[in-house]
Write a protein that binds this ligand. Structure first.
Ligand code: FO1
Length: 309
């Protein structure tokens, strides 16, 4: 089994490459749920949906989220009724949130809901939420603490970041199968996702970090920071806000106690030795994913980075 720790768009693109040469049944994905938000009475799990839609070939690959060719008539009507519509939910996307909300209301845990969703969309990869419990990533800003989506989408990541808070992390238990999928894996891959609010959230779940240290699996990570910037998203603003350098090396430092290898982009070649100094096996490659071939190449580099160990 190959177990992948995944956030949203970057992870989804990486996984598209991985499943081109690894059988889908062999892949287990532990997805971030810190971005989850309730809007219009609907439970929305953005990162789980991005992974599911992308692997099902339904995602709007341009934006990276939502469904290709979706319409926004429902949202426009909600706007007419005076609702805030800064989070763009497409009409077909809303069906996913209705289905998820109905099942949650009937008492099914998020892990069951996610299993049903990916089965209905004929996915063979196992997709596990990091937890079934309430967990909300909040950003501390000069205007107070706000939900991650409000920070990122409504306010376009313009607020100064004074801190990041994982509400619920103290009580959140790993969802069924999460710890096992790490302990039983042949290889664990930390996908190129935001190290603070996509991977950091998964690592904050009780028992996850310990399992990553304990597992017999080799653990590979891909740097989401290339040339001092994230390929996509607010990782630089969050890292700076937390007083961390924005570099591949800084990400390697965050993961160093449980990974064996670290894949960095050729633009960061100069950091290779410094990262090796952390005791990690470093692989330098072209890590920018534009085409499917790029995604396959990066996924192969990640697996090869630990196969030689
Ligand atoms: N991101 C945006 O920047 N703007 C949006 O309007 C937006 C809507 C949206 C709807 C469903 C969904 O699953 C994701 C959506 N995202 C949107 C992406 C999301 O905010 C973030 O990309 C992830 O939460 C971070 O990985």
């Amino acid at each position: 089994m190959i177990t992948c720790l995944a956030g949203g768009v970057g992870a989804a693109r990486f996984l598209q490459g991985l499943v081109k040469f690894v059988s889908e049944e062999e892949v287990t994905i532990i997805g971030n749920t810190g971005d989850d938000i309730e809007l219009y009475g609907l439970n929305i799990s953005p990162d789980l949906d991005i992974i599911i839609y992308t692997l099902a070939g339904l995602a709007d690959e341009e934006k990276g989220w939502g469904l290709k060719g979706d319409t926004f008539n429902c949202l426009n009507m909600l706007k007419l009724y005076g609702h805030e519509t800064w989070f763009n939910l497409g009409d077909r996307d809303i069906a996913t949130h209705i289905y998820r909300t109905q099942l949650l209301k009937r008492g099914f845990p998020l892990s069951d809901v996610t299993k049903r969703l990916r089965e209905k969309l004929s996915l063979k990869e196992e997709i596990l939420p990091m937890t079934n419990d309430r967990f909300e990533t909040r950003i501390r800003t000069p205007n107070g603490s706000i939900h991650f989506q409000e920070y990122l989408v409504k306010r376009q990541a313009q607020d100064d970041v004074l801190g990041v808070h994982f509400e619920g992390a103290d009580k959140a238990k790993p969802a069924p199968g999460v710890i096992d999928s790490i302990l039983k894996a042949r290889t664990v891959v930390v996908c190129p996702s935001n190290p603070i609010v996509s991977i950091g959230t998964i690592l904050s779940i009780r028992g996850v970090r310990e399992a990553l240290k304990e597992t017999q699996a080799n653990v590979a990570a891909i740097s989401p920071i290339v040339g001092g910037s994230p390929v996509k998203g607010p990782a630089d603003k969050l890292m700076r806000g937390l007083g961390k350098e924005v570099s591949a090396f800084a990400v390697a430092r965050l993961y160093q106690d449980f990974i064996d290898s670290f894949v960095i982009d050729q633009i960061d070649q100069a950091e290779k030795e410094k990262i090796e100094g952390l005791g990690l096996h470093v692989v330098v490659t072209d890590s920018i994913m534009k085409s499917l071939d790029d995604k396959i190449r990066l996924a192969k580099a990640a697996l090869q980075s630990v196969e030689s160990l």
